[in-house]
Write a protein that binds this ligand. Structure first.
Ligand code: PMP
Length: 388
C-alpha cells in the first residue's frame, strides 16, 4: 500500500490540517469499523457501537478541557454560524426564567473585535431589537488590530441576557489574552472555533462555549457546544410563549439536544468520529497543556521573524496577536503573489489571506508541527534575502 504521508504542508485556516495519525486510523476504519463489517458512516446512529463512540469522544473532551460536572457537551450541526442564532434563542429563554413579569427586553452585549464577532452581532440584531455593542474596534480604531482596555467597554451589567465575544478572530488574527470580566450573574458566551484546545482555560467562567470542528477538532459538519446546565430551558411553542421571547426551533434547542445526548435526529456521525480520534491524539500528545507549549513556540518563532524583517508586517498590536492565525503583509504588496507561488512550489499551501483582508495568513493549529513551521520560516528568510 502506498504511504499516506501528505505531499503538502497545509497552513489553511479551516478546513485545516488533521494529524496524520488520525487520517491513517480513519483510513483503516473506513471499510470495517470495530468489526461491524461496515464503515462508521453506515452503522445505525441508534446502535450501541455509535453510542460508545459518541460517549468516548465526549469523555475525552471533558478530560482535555476539564469540563465541570454542571456542563453538557453537545455535538450540533450547522457550523459556527448556526450558533450565532442558537445562542440568542436559548439565552433569551434562559434569561426569561430569571426575570418573569410583563416587561422583557434585556440587552445582548457583544464585543466586536473582528469579522466573525461582527457577523455574530449582525445576526443578533436581525433576530432581536436590543443588541448593545460593548466595543467595536473597527469603528474606534479604523481596523481590527487590538482589544481596547476595560475602561472603554460599555457593558450593560446584570441586565444583559449574555455577553458575547470571539476568543480568536480567524480572519483578522486577533486573540484575547484574557477572559473578559463581566457581571457574574450574566452568562459569558464564547466563540472558540479557531482556538479551542490550543491552550488551557477555565470552563467554569463561561455559560456557553462553542466551536466549529474544522480547525482544532476535526472535519466540517459538527459543532461542539459546551453549555452550563442552568441555561438549558424547555422550548415552548408559540401558543404558550411569553411575549418578547422568540420560540426556539427544536434543532437549535440546547435542552433538546442535551436530553437526547446529541442524537435527537441523525447526527453527523463521521465528523463526530473524526473528532473522537483527534481528542485521542491530543491526549496522546500530553493534552492541552503540552500542545499549548508547542503552539506558543510556533507562533513566537513566526512573529519574531516578522518583527525582525524589513519586508513582512503584522497589522496586529503585540499582546493581541493570535497564536493560531498570523495574517501579515509583504511590502511591497506586489511580492505577495510571488511569495504564495514560491511556497506552493515547496509544498506549503493555503497561505493566502482571507479575501476580505488580503495578504498572507499562516494558520498554525494543533496539527501543524514545529517542523512545518521551521520549513516555512526558512522559506520566509530566503524570500526576504532575495528581495531585500
Ligand atoms: N467563528 C469563527 C471564529 C470562524 O473562524 C468561523 C469559520 N471560519 C465561523 C465562526 C463560522 O463557522 P462555520 O463556517 O462553521 O459556520
Amino acid at each position: 500500500m502506498s504511504s499516506t504521508k501528505p505531499k503538502v504542508y497545509n497552513f489553511g485556516a479551516g478546513p485545516a490540517a488533521i494529524p496524520l495519525n488520525v487520517l491513517e486510523k480513519a483510513q483503516k476504519d473506513l471499510l470495517n469499523y470495530e468489526n461491524t463489517g461496515m464503515s462508521v458512516m453506515e452503522i445505525s446512529h441508534r446502535s450501541k457501537t455509535f453510542d460508545n463512540l459518541l460517549n468516548k469522544a465526549k469523555q475525552d473532551l471533558k478530560t482535555l478541557l476539564q469540563v465541570p460536572e454542571n456542563y453538557k457537551i453537545l455535538f450540533m450541526q450547522g457550523g459556527g454560524l448556526t450558533q450565532f442564532s442558537a445562542i440568542v434563542y436559548n439565552l433569551l429563554a434562559a434569561k426569561r426564567q430569571q426575570v418573569p413579569g410583563e416587561e422583557f427586553n434585556p440587552p445582548l452585549d457583544y464585543f466586536v473585535t473582528g469579522s466573525w464577532s461582527a457577523k455574530a452581532a449582525d445576526e443578533a440584531k436581525r433576530l432581536y431589537n436590543n443588541v448593545n455593542i460593548v466595543i467595536d474596534v473597527k469603528k474606534s480604531k479604523g481596523s481590527f488590530e487590538s482589544i481596547p482596555p476595560k475602561e472603554e467597554w460599555k457593558l450593560s451589567g446584570s441586565k444583559a441576557a449574555f455577553v458575547y465575544y470571539c476568543d480568536n478572530e480567524t480572519i483578522n488574527g486577533v486573540e484575547f489574552p484574557f477572559i473578559p470580566e463581566v457581571d457574574p450573574s450574566v452568562p459569558l458566551v464564547c466563540d472558540m472555533s479557531s482556538n479551542i484546545l490550543s491552550r488551557k482555560f477555565d470552563v467554569s467562567k463561561f455559560g456557553v462555549i462553542y466551536a466549529g470542528a474544522q480547525k482544532n477538532i476535526g472535519t466540517p459538519g459538527v459543532t461542539v457546544v459546551i453549555v452550563r446546565d442552568d441555561l438549558l430551558t424547555k422550548p415552548k411553542s408559540v401558543n404558550d410563549q411569553d411575549k418578547g421571547v422568540p420560540v426556539v426551533p427544536v434543532m437549535l434547542s440546547y435542552k433538546i439536544i442535551a436530553d437526547h445526548n446529541s442524537v435527537y435526529n441523525t447526527p453527523p456521525m463521521f465528523p463526530i468520529y473524526i473528532s473522537g480520534l483527534v481528542f485521542e491524539w491530543l491526549l496522546d500528545q500530553g493534552g492541552v497543556e503540552a500542545i499549548e507549549k508547542i503552539n506558543n513556540e510556533k507562533s513566537t518563532k513566526i512573529y519574531d521573524l516578522i518583527d525582525k524583517s524589513k519586508i513582512y508586517r503584522s497589522p496586529i498590536e503585540k499582546p493581541y496577536r493570535s497564536r493560531m492565525n498570523a495574517p501579515f503583509r509583504i511590502v511591497p504588496e506586489e511580492l505577495e503573489k510571488e511569495f504564495l507561488t514560491g511556497a506552493e512550489e515547496l509544498g506549503m499551501v493555503q497561505l493566502k489571506g482571507h479575501r476580505s483582508v488580503g495578504g498572507i495568513r499562516i494558520s498554525m493549529y494543533n496539527a501543524i508541527t514545529l517542523d512545518a513551521i521551521d520549513l516555512l520560516i526558512n522559506y520566509m528568510i530566503e524570500f526576504e534575502k532575495k528581495h531585500n
